[in-house]
Design a protein around this ligand. Structure first.
Ligand SMILES: Nc1nc2c(ncn2[C@@H]2O[C@H](COP(=O)(O)OP(=O)(O)OP(=O)(O)O)[C@@H](O)[C@H]2O)c(=O)[nH]1
Length: 605
């Protein structure tokens, strides 16, 4: 058979863009066309992973094809992060090639919230300025912009250059937070249980509880990806630091911890949105909070009905239970009266707030029991807030993901899924960061490009890891057919973000006390929520494994990171896992056992 011509992801994306533009009747010759900008980028710099066509200090992510007269601006709500200098990017690349990676100490996985959000560093978020009806729309917008500028100045004055992590510089997105906070009676602050401490801005909690006098339910989401003992330890840690919090564990993918990439479509058909673990717990927390001031019986009945029907995807909503969607105009966003009245018209409004990719939309879909908002593995997918009536007395509001200012390591931030991986300028150091905390070369059966050292041990740099993965996966550059290291790095990061190589942080002091948490009486409750059987320890594969297809997965499925909304068929990829729950946690020796057996045949071939 003739050798298949290598076709890179980049080429594929370009091909798709051209196709889309052709469909829209764009010849690609205009100054703003995607083709034109790609060509411009090419002229200036040959390396795709360091190119950036913007001239300001802010890097705009998820750029959409240009805005046209008379049509809405698709770039209005995209993520804006501070741009890194080319020198910094090149320095990190060089380091990724040269630095031999060393295993990090277990204690490195323990993270104190005060290290991420040090109270003395003024890591606040932009607040909405006061306004009155005599102000014109333009006056208000100008005031907001002025205050936002001052907010950035104060932040930078307290934090030297380079010390702050990526955070949202798009005022439009903060405006949506303001609106959602104003209209919500209760805030559902959603975090990813693998790293909740990165996504819990203390300033927001204090603002909502002390200034807005509203309650916060902390949703520890994706608990299927984390050992139950660790979930419990995080829950206790955060509740003890923030006593007014109502903590709830949640998963939209219960009982799917052992699936592999190849199985994902099969499993999703069996587990619909309505089988999530945690809606009852959210209902109970709301009942505590509203204390009878809103009639939540319709919600309770809905949950009971769903449980009794064992609903299937797409079959959930009954007559008279339709989901209403409210769209907000700009005017509503800008000049709305921030009424302090709680439970207006006897309706409880729940605002889903959180960082990108933590699963806000999935929580909302799970509460409704049906896909009403789109879900994607690409952070920043939800662009503007929308509301949905769960029942006549319960309204849900989905807010776009927000990246609050913090001091977390940027490499870790990327592993936590806040940055669209395909748009990373330098992915290698995050691969190195992951590898030092979770040496996965054996799991992925990587062969060192230079063979073993004299002592029989291979010494890996981040670059070597990516090179070896490119070799194993057959990622080649289109022109020279060399190993496509950039693509391999992206692929590895995606495995981490999806939870297939699963790095879980721990609360301070967890490691020496792990045994205590493992036998804690509340652990069984969490295991039940995760949808696991207790006997599901290390060792056996999921029973469905044998039925999985032997067809290799399409490259695009695994690697694409464009506007990749997860459709009805595909929206389940987060549940996949190479490692079993007890094995997923950092560098535990137990994790190294059976690593080979947890790989599907085609996953590393
Ligand atoms: N394993 C697992 N994955 C999940 C869970 N919930 C969501 N995901 C995955 O996480 C990714 C992001 O989910 P979304 O619901 O789109 O997250 P979001 O917070 O709305 O994201 P933005 O639109 O960026 O703000 C998707 O790939 C989901 O499949 C969960 O409970 N378990």
């Amino acid at each position: 058979m003739p050798r298949k011509k290598p076709f890179s992801n980049k080429q594929k994306k370009k091909q798709l863009q051209v196709k889309r533009e052709r469909k829209r009747g764009d010849t690609g010759s205009g100054p703003n066309s995607r083709n034109a900008s790609t060509e411009r980028g090419k002229e200036r710099e040959p390396q795709s992973d360091t190119s950036d066509s913007e001239t300001t200090d802010v890097r705009k992510i998820n750029q959409q094809p240009s805005h046209r007269e008379g049509r809405h601006d698709p770039n209005r709500y995209r993520l804006h992060f501070e741009k890194e200098s080319r020198e910094e990017v090149e320095r990190r690349k060089k380091r990724a090639r040269e630095k031999i990676l060393e295993p990090a100490a277990e204690a490195d996985l323990e993270i104190d919230i005060n290290d991420i959000y040090p109270p003395e560093k003024g890591l606040d978020f932009p607040r909405r300025p006061s306004w009155h009806y005599e102000m014109t729309r333009e006056q208000l917008l100008r005031k907001e912009e002025k205050l936002f500028g001052e907010f950035l100045e104060t932040l930078h004055s307290k934090n030297p250059p380079g010390s702050l992590s990526h955070f949202e510089h798009n005022l439009e997105t903060w405006r949506q937070l303001w609106r959602v906070l104003e209209m919500s009676d209760v805030v559902l602050l959603i975090v990813d249980i693998r790293h909740p401490v990165l996504q819990f801005p203390a300033a927001l909690y204090h603002y909502v509880t002390n200034e807005l006098h509203k309650q916060v339910i902390l949703v520890l989401n994706k608990v299927d990806l984390c050992p139950a003992a660790l979930v419990l330890a995080w829950k206790h840690y955060l509740s003890s630091l923030f006593p007014h919090l109502h903590c709830v564990c949640f998963t939209s993918h219960p009982g799917q911890p052992y699936s592999t990439v190849l199985q994902k479509k099969r499993i999703r058909r069996k587990v619909g949105w309505c089988q999530a673990g945690g809606p009852v717990q959210i209902l109970r927390a709301c009942q505590d909070i509203v204390a009878g001031r809103v009639d939540l019986s319709s919600w309770e009945q809905k949950i009971q009905r769903d449980a009794a029907n064992d609903c299937q995807e797409g079959e959930l909503l009954e007559e008279g239970e339709s989901v209403l969607v409210e769209h907000y105009s700009d005017v509503a966003m800008e000049m709305v009266n921030s009424s302090q009245e709680l439970y207006k018209d006897g309706v409880l409004t729940l605002g889903c707030i959180g960082f990108p990719n933590v699963g806000k939309s999935s929580v909302l879909n799970s509460l409704v029991g049906k896909k009403v908002v789109s879900v994607s593995r690409t952070p920043g997918h939800t662009k503007y807030f929308q509301t949905y009536y769960l029942t006549p007395t319960v309204k849900l509001c989905d807010c776009p993901g927000l990246v609050f200012p913090s001091r977390v390591d940027k490499q870790l931030q990327i592993l936590a899924g806040i940055y669209p991986i395909a748009q990373l300028q330098e992915p290698y150091s995050s691969v190195g960061y992951l590898y030092e905390r979770m040496p996965f070369h054996a799991i992925l059966r990587l062969k060192h490009p230079n063979g073993e050292g004299e002592d029989g041990e291979a010494k890996w740099t981040a670059w070597d890891i990516c090179e070896a993965w490119a070799e194993r996966r057959g990622y080649k550059t289109a022109k020279a057919a060399r190993n496509d290291v950039y693509r391999a790095a992206n692929s590895l990061l995606r495995l981490a973000v999806d939870g297939r190589i699963c790095l879980c942080l721990r609360p301070p002091g967890y490691t020496p006390q792990r045994d205590k948490w493992e036998i804690h009486p509340e652990v069984t409750e969490i295991i039940a929520l995760q949808g696991k059987r207790e006997e599901d320890g290390a060792g056996e594969r999921d029973e469905e494994e044998g039925e999985s297809s032997s067809e290799p997965e399409e490259e695009e499925d695994r690697d694409a990171d464009g506007d990749d909304e997860e459709g009805e068929e595909d929206d389940d990829d987060g549940g996949g896992g190479f490692l079993k729950p007890g094995q997923r946690e950092g560098l535990r020796p137990k994790m190294m056992v059976n690593m080979f057996s947890v790989l599907g045949e085609n996953e590393c071939e």
